[in-house]
Design a binder for this molecule. Structure first.
Ligand code: MV4
Length: 445
């Protein structure tokens, strides 16, 4: 097992990883930027190293700075968390070249799955249900037209280096397809340095359901059920829950088996998420994420598995702590993301100082956050302040618990998404589980 791990991230996920390390009796090295110098969780680290003279925005993305800190602190492994370098194949490769274990899949797996058209080709080869569309990259607009005429309009053009909704364009007919194809390519070139695009039938208002995967280096691959992530605004998730109100047991088994099959096909190792779109009873593969996700606590609460500890154990060469037969999914969990954003002004980021904080608590309430009264929310990074997660025996009880916890929750000094979260929890469609990826835009009007 590792003796010392460098946490190459910040905020709530840095604290989450630090907690897992402490429970595994592993020393922690926290890197931080000047903008994060007064973060309280740094005091819990065994060692802290400043990697960020301004502009702090680049610090956690600086491979040389992070590798240098890892060398100085003589760590055995680096945990990248999510975002930043967590799905950067070059970084995973560089860690290994420096004899430092990267807590995540092999660099080659990250590279393969990070290329969304390649991920799609792997899925097709593994006979995983995919949205009808191109086999891989669409080479020119003539090929795009031929495929579109086969699968029918509307079609969606996606950047192979995109993902998470970045670099997508809808085309409703042949004329708009040609311009959408070329625009998507130039935008992808601009945004990702890679112009390749692929095509899929555009599914109107799907639900977004993802399966949590765990795989070790000994051929063991399991799934820990699903999370429904359809409550999103501009591809930013706001509420996640598990299990999904849209799945019955046989669908759950089928999606889980499919996700495991895909993970095995790409020799996946570590914690990953296989994303699907759901239309009626049909599910279609769209992407694989090679990192721990923001919403991982939903799965931790219903499965009682510590996903971060499993990541660390697997990276250290150990076997998974449980096999599929021992997975027991119990109860219902809901997570809401409390962001420093102003719902009154188009959810624009709202940095500032937190002047008052009353955290929710009590039975079945988990509060993952790095903030405190007096904390200065930096404008430099994403706006996530805290995740509030509840667990209860049934979905109805989980909703009641979330309403109660949100009513207790007080944050002053910055505007937050709390009012919107309270509205969602009281929305009749949400309460009935009758919602899809268009729900939040409908509710906000
Ligand atoms: C789609 C789709 C409809 N049809 N693909 C958005 C982010 C990325 N995970 C995939 N996404 C979508 N892919 C086809 N062929 C609709 C979306 C989509 C979406 C998916 C999940 C959750 C929220 C979404 C919001 C808008 C669009």
């Amino acid at each position: 097992m590792f003796h010392r791990i460098l946490i190459a991230n910040r905020g709530e996920i840095a604290l989450r990883i630090l907690r897992a390390c402490r429970e595994l009796d592993i020393d922690t090295v926290a890197v931080y930027s000047q903008a994060d110098a007064d973060a309280a969780y740094l005091a819990l680290a065994d060692e802290k190293i400043c990697i960020g003279p301004p502009p702090s925005s680049q610090s956690y993305l600086s491979m040389p700075a992070i590798i240098a800190a890892a060398e100085v602190a003589d760590v055995d492994a680096i945990h990248p968390g999510y975002g930043f370098l967590s799905e950067n194949a070059d970084f995973a490769q560089t860690c290994r070249e420096h004899g430092i274990e990267f807590i995540g899949p092999a660099a080659e797996t990250i590279r393969q799955l990070g290329d969304k058209a390649t991920a799609r080709e792997i899925a097709i080869a593994a006979k995983v249900p995919t949205v009808p569309g191109s086999d891989g990259i669409v080479e020119d607009d003539q090929q795009a037209i031929e495929i579109a005429e086969k699968i029918g309009y509307p079609v969606l053009i996606k950047a192979t280096a995109g993902g998470g909704g970045r670099g997508m364009r809808v085309a409703n007919n042949k004329i708009s397809l040609v311009s959408a194809y070329h625009q998507a390519r130039s935008e992808a070139e601009q945004a990702f340095g890679e112009a390749g695009v692929y095509m899929e039938k555009y599914l109107e208002r799907p639900r977004h359901v993802e399966i949590q995967i765990l795989a070790d280096g000994h051929g063991n691959v399991i799934h820990l059920g699903e999370r429904e992530c359809s409550v999103q605004r501009r591809h930013q998730k706001l509420v996640e829950e598990g299990p999904s109100a849209a799945l019955n047991e046989s669908m759950r088994r089928a999606m889980g088996r499919t996700a495991v099959k895909l993970a095995k096909a790409c020799k996946f190792k570590g914690a990953g998420t296989v994303e699907f779109l759901l239309v009626g009873k049909e599910f279609y593969f769209i992407e694989v994420n090679c990192r721990i996700q923001v919403e991982h606590p939903v799965t931790e609460l219903i499965s009682r598995v510590d996903l971060v500890k499993e990541q660390i154990r697997v990276a250290a060469g150990e076997k998974l702590s449980l096999d599929q037969r021992r997975v027991r999914l119990q109860g219902h969990a809901i997570e809401v993301r409390v962001n420093a954003e102003d719902p009154e002004y188009g959810f624009r980021p709202c940095p500032g100082t937190i002047t008052k904080l009353i955290a929710p608590g009590g039975p079945g309430v988990r509060f993952d956050t790095h903030i405190y009264a007096g904390y200065r929310v930096p404008p430099t990074y994403d706006s996530l302040l805290a995740k509030l997660i509840v667990h209860a025996p049934t979905r109805a009880e989980a909703i009641v618990r979330m309403r109660r916890a949100l009513d207790e929750f007080v944050i002053e000094g910055v505007q937050t998404t709390l009012p919107t979260l309270r509205d969602i929890m009281r929305n009749a469609f949400f309460e009935r589980g009758e919602y899809d990826t268009g729900f939040l835009e409908d509710m906000l009007g």
